[in-house]
Design a protein around this ligand. Structure first.
Ligand SMILES: N[C@@H](CCC(=O)N[C@@H](CS)C(=O)NCC(=O)O)C(=O)O
Length: 124
């Protein structure tokens, strides 16, 4: 069960990975940022108090990239993570490149404001 609001940009990565990997991930429809993530129950699973957070049978996972990677691996590495160490690292290489370089350019590319720049530059 994915604890996050439906319009949380950090959730899309996990949902896209889930779609490609054939994994069912269900965001909690009633999740309300600023309320649901402040409850004691949520904080016990994720002391950072941030969404998204994935509740698995083995325990909770927070940080959207970790959640996306977890989902991508669920049905076997080769579906989204290649068939060799080299392929795996090439995939990791492009994930890091997008996170560390490309996403910072998004406001410029889509004409964002200074405020957008601040929020995007702290992404993820
Ligand atoms: N690095 C984290 C960022 C998590 C984050 O900042 N989530 C925001 C929503 S996008 C949040 O939970 N805000 C609510 C709050 O801080 O109370 C991730 O990628 O999961």
């Amino acid at each position: 069960m994915l604890h996050a609001g439906n319009n949380n940009k950090n959730v899309f990565k996990a949902l896209i990975a889930a779609e490609y990997a054939g994994v069912e991930v269900n965001p909690i429809e009633s999740f309300e940022v600023g309320v649901s993530n402040k409850t004691l129950k949520f904080l016990k699973m994720n002391p950072m108090g941030k969404a998204p957070m994935l509740k698995t049978p083995e325990g909770p996972i927070f940080e959207s990239n970790a959640i996306a990677r977890f989902v991508a691996h669920l049905k076997g590495n080769d579906i989204l993570y290649g068939t060799s160490l080299f392929e795996y690292e090439r995939i990791e290489q492009w994930i890091d490149f997008v996170i560390l370089h490309l996403l910072k350019l998004m406001p410029t590319l889509v004409g964002g404001s200074t405020l957008d720049w601040v929020s995007w530059s702290t992404f993820p």
